[in-house]
Design a protein around this ligand. Structure first.
Ligand code: ARG
Length: 588
């Protein structure tokens, strides 16, 4: 159910023979922030007046006269210079909300299906996951859930960095610093220990640029790996399952969907010479200095596709990846959820792709900002400042439990419907709260902004947090327990809905805006559109709940109607959280 689309449809008809292209004017209909201006407002009269050389208010009046409101809209009002304020008819709203209350999809229609390939998480393996991997993983996971819910085919691919310098580091470490017993006992721990140790001895932040003898030795190991050295390739085969196991443990803990594919950079290695040949044959690439091969975008912007020493690059590998994905998945869109620092890389990559013949396929870099520590500095990815991702997650879980237990005693004393605190219940709640908090804090940011990783803020029980939404859900569910009513029974034979108070009306309207909010989240690949919707929903629900008695409503009919609104609210809360990859519990 898309209210906006229905209203736009009416305007399309009204605008039809006034202008050749109605779409820009149709796009000027927006949902309002303030109920004073109606539920929606059309701002097109001003622009239209200009185009037609008439007075805005006259045009507004003409549009209103032409508009067939049907049973959807009350008679529109014209305000100010020519704003058209639109209000949905209460009977229409009541019927519509009743209809979505019994719909499994909550009124969200399936969209015309597209095929997306989404590349996210994509860590460089062989080093422990750090906080920098959090955003891509969480945002990509949420977008996948959202697109799938809307009916699209989504192929997820974890484009592991499994072929780079970091393996040279491991190979060098393995050959020179290995503690054999430790490796036999816990290979992952020992590999990450030697990784850290070698990095430390290399002595600079950037492993590609380090100029020390150890750095040279590590690069030599990488080169041997790439050139097919048997020993190094055998070791690579041996290390990979351990590296993957570590990453998969973190995904499992975070509740990330299983990837359809994990074709890392190594997977594309055999294709790279062919890519460069093809680029050369099509005059897209050209010889550069010292035997290198480059693609030139502007005078100063050049991408290497083959280095002087013959090594291929990240760009070559990503071009091979594009070719493979187009061939195997026939997608409408290729999405990359990757840090903003790689913007130039992706701009170049997409341009190179187009020159290479990629046409009619959307290619989007879904970029995001950094995670900052409480002082507002980017959290360093070097070891030693406690930023291993798994540690952050575990700490959030521990704090989640602590906060929960603190409030538990009070809430129990106040007679709230709280579960008995068995070990199982505790673990379930701690993980739901802790992990939900991390995800929500991330997803509720405009993704291009940096944000501070702050446990106090993310675990707050008031405000726009997962914890608040999870409590709102559980509290809502407790109404049904108190009423000893199974919500499914209510849905099976839904009561008619009454929206006589402004609180009920506002709640119904907000519930009916679900599809609109999901579509705007997709349009910008912006999960924060969903959290913004959730926050509005939570506020509207709280207004309703404080002003409209449910179990003590004046009549049974009103009680049933309000129960249906409660149930729908709970389901919408749960669905939105689910689309963000966040769990709920029935009681907390
Ligand atoms: N492994 C890369 C890194 O950690 C990210 C890969 C993103 N995906 C891609 N197709 N380039 O920086």
């Amino acid at each position: 159910m898309n209210l906006l689309h229905q209203i736009q449809q009416k305007f399309r008809a009204a605008l039809a023979d006034l202008v050749p292209d109605v779409e820009p004017y149709v796009a000027m209909i927006k949902s309002t922030q303030d109920a004073k201006h109606g539920d929606y407002q059309a701002n097109c009269a001003m622009a239209l007046a200009k185009a037609l050389g008439k007075k805005p208010r006259d045009i507004a009046q003409e549009l209103v006269n032409r508009l067939d409101c049907g049973d959807l809209l009350d008679k529109p009002e014209i305000a100010g210079p020519g704003f058209i304020n639109l209000r949905l008819q209460p009977t229409w709203l009541a019927k519509a909300v009743r209809a979505i209350a019994t719909d499994e999809r909550l009124g969200v229609s399936l969209q015309i299906a597209r095929t997306y390939v989404i590349d996210y998480s994509s860590p460089n393996v062989a080093k422990p996951l750090h906080v920098g991997h959090l955003r891509s993983t969480i945002i990509g996971d949420a977008l996948t859930r959202l697109l799938r819910f809307l009916g699209h085919t989504v192929i997820t691919d974890n484009h592991l960095g499994d072929w780079g310098t970091q393996f040279g580091i491991l190979l060098y470490g393995y050959k020179n610093l290995l503690d054999k017993d430790a490796y036999a006992k816990d290979p992952v721990r020992e590999l990450s220990r030697i990784y850290i140790e070698v990095r430390h001895r290399m002595g600079t932040d950037d492993e590609d640029d380090a100029k020390t003898p150890i750095a040279d030795a590590c690069r030599a190991e990488t080169a041997k790996l790439h050139h097919g050295d048997l020993e190094n390739n055998r070791l690579w085969q041996e290390f990979m399952p351990h590296c993957l196991a570590e990453i998969h443990d973190v995904y499992a803990k975070l509740g990330i969907l299983t990837f359809d594919h994990e074709h890392g950079e190594s997977f594309y290695n055999p294709l790279l010479p062919g890519v460069v040949d093809s680029l050369l044959a099509k005059n897209i690439a050209e010889p550069g200095e010292g035997g290198a091969i480059i693609i030139r975008f502007t005078k100063d912007n050049v991408a290497l596709v083959r280095k002087r020493d013959g090594a291929f690059t990240y760009t070559t590998s990503d071009l091979a990846t594009i070719q493979y994905r187009l061939e195997h998945f026939k997608p409408h869109a290729l999405l990359y959820v990757v840090d903003f620092r790689q913007s130039q890389h992706f701009a170049n990559l997409f341009e190179a792709g187009k020159r290479w013949g990629v046409a009619g396929v959307e290619m989007t870099h879904i970029s995001f900002g950094s995670v900052l520590n409480r002082d507002g500095r980017p959290i360093s990815t070097r070891k030693g400042d406690g930023t291993e991702l798994i540690d952050l997650i575990n700490k959030a879980i521990e704090l989640g439990l602590q906060r929960y237990e603190e409030s538990y005693v009070d809430r129990k004393a106040q007679g709230h419907d709280v579960p008995d605190l068995t070990t199982d219940v505790k673990r379930d709640i701690a993980e739901t709260v802790g992990i939900g908090a991390i995800k929500y804090a991330d997803l509720s940011q405009n993704r291009t902004s940096d944000y501070k990783f702050d446990y106090d803020k993310m675990l707050a029980t008031e405000g726009n947090t997962a914890t608040y939404m999870q409590y709102a859900y559980a509290r809502n569910r407790s109404i049904f327990r108190k009423a000893e009513l199974d919500p499914a029974t209510l849905r099976a034979d839904p009561p008619s809905v009454s929206l006589d108070t402004p609180f009920e009306r506002a709640l119904a309207l907000q519930l009916l805006k679900l599809e609109e909010s999901l579509l705007s989240a997709v349009a910008e690949y912006q999960p924060s559109a969903i959290t913004a919707y959730l926050w509005d929903l939570a506020k509207t629900y709280s207004g309703f709940f404080q002003n409209c008695p449910v179990l003590k409503a004046e009549s049974d009919a009103l009680k049933q109607s309000r129960l249906l609104l409660c149930d729908l609210t709970a389901r919408v809360l749960q669905k939105c959280l689910d689309l963000l990859g966040i769990k709920t519990v029935e009681r907390m």
